[in-house]
Design a protein around this ligand. Structure first.
Ligand code: UDP
Length: 359
């Protein structure tokens, strides 16, 4: 199969601004190449693919980023800036896709989804967020009526945010196991990983660390400076140890030294890449049962799930975290979320979308 992929219109690949989509795209390319497919990626200028993905052709587009939908109001209209990066990527993608089997869109935005109705090339969409915008949800509903096989979701709970999707196609996500080393560090510090932005609930993890008089190691892009400094000021100085944004290789080395990852989403987390990355290093996860993490974590086996926003209960489970066998965390990822498993699910789905477009 010849597949043309459109990246996120928020930040170049490797910047961290695109959140989990950056890693998902790289994992998918690795998996598709391993299965023998041909892949071309349309991405913002300065983007880099992982070293395993050298066989994928990368096309650069310059332009203005989109505003992320999770930081707009639910009823905001669509905004397309002058010299739009998204429009540029779509134009290039449509052009290259003339010689391909399918255009695979990984940007959560209006324009590529609308285009599905207005071009002959099949455009399939990996929806990377829960319902964050009425205009996008309404459009998905309209396109889904005509093309029910053109949308895939990372988790069931995420898809439930779109109640008109009657039979959601769930593809999970994939991780290149060789990139993560198992570490048996049962006595390590507390970890939190993610974009530092209100929907990620860092304050609840800081609460747990403070109650235990411990430090919380925080990795990730500080997307919202005001939010970050507000949390810092709400707790005794030094509660949060800001570790910055690291490449996957550096991140996994540090993350593997931790005894637990705290995951505190305040939104319907579509999947939660950081949860699986921690498990791949042998680090158990305690998470709010909200979105993807609720489907990934096996309560009592690979970590613990607590009711959303119940930070006291999270604290309770941190105190018994050594009951979790770290090897089981790694095993879960091997059996359920490798790049191969992920790419096979995506290929099955794309075949349905391609068949549908021929009818
Ligand atoms: N991440 C990273 N380095 C860091 C912190 C985070 O590469 O120092 C990446 C992490 O690997 C993950 C992404 O940031 O792929 C966050 O994705 P997630 O699905 O957890 O949340 P999203 O940002 O998509 O809402």
């Amino acid at each position: 199969m010849r597949i043309v992929l459109i990246s996120t219109p928020i930040g170049f690949l490797g910047s961290g601004k695109g959140g989990g989509v950056e890693l998902t795209l790289n994992s998918l390319v690795t998996g598709l190449l391993t299965l023998g497919h041909s892949v071309e990626v349309i991405a913002p200028r300065n983007s880099k693919l992982n070293k395993d993905n050298k066989k994928a052709k990368l096309h650069f587009v310059e332009g203005e980023d989109q505003i992320s939908w999770q930081h707009q109001n639910f009823n905001s209209p669509v905004t397309i800036p002058d010299n739009s990066l998204l429009a540029g990527m779509l134009e290039k993608g449509l052009d290259i896709a003339k010689q391909a089997d399918v255009l695979l869109n990984m940007s959560y935005d209006w324009l590529p989804i609308w285009m599905t109705l207005n071009t002959e090339a099949p455009i399939a969409h990996i929806i990377s967020m829960g319902s964050e915008s009425s205009v996008i949800s309404n459009l998905i509903s309209k396109v889904y009526d005509k093309y029910p096989y053109n949308f895939a979701f990372h988790s069931k709970t995420q898809a439930d945010d779109y109640p008109f999707i009657k039979k959601p196609i769930i593809i999970g996500n994939g991780f290149k196991l060789d990139n993560y080393t198992f570490q048996d560090s049962v006595k390590g510090p507390l970890a939190w990983v993610g974009r530092v932005a209100p929907e990620k609930g860092l304050e609840d993890a800081a609460y747990v660390a403070n109650e235990l008089s411990e430090k919380l190691n925080v990795w990730g892009v500080i997307e919202d400076e005001t939010y970050a400094s507000k949390i810092e000021q709400s707790f005794p100085q030094g509660t949060i140890d800001w570790m910055g944004f690291l490449s996957t290789d550096e991140l996994q080395k540090e993350l593997g030294k931790c005894r637990v990852l705290l995951n505190t989403p305040k939104w319907n987390e579509a999947y939660g890449n950081v949860v699986v990355e921690a498990l791949a290093c042998g680090v158990p996860v305690i998470a709010y049962k909200r979105g993807g993490p609720g489907e990934i974590i096996q309560h009592g086996e690979t970590g613990y799930l607590v009711d959303p926003d119940d930070k006291k209960n999270m604290l309770y489970y941190v105190e018994i975290i050594e009951k979790i066998e770290r090897k089981k965390c790694r095993e879960w990822v091997e059996k359920n979320a490798s790049t191969d498993i992920f790419a096979k699910k995506v290929v099955n789905w794309l075949n349905k979308a391609i068949d549908e477009s021929k009818q």
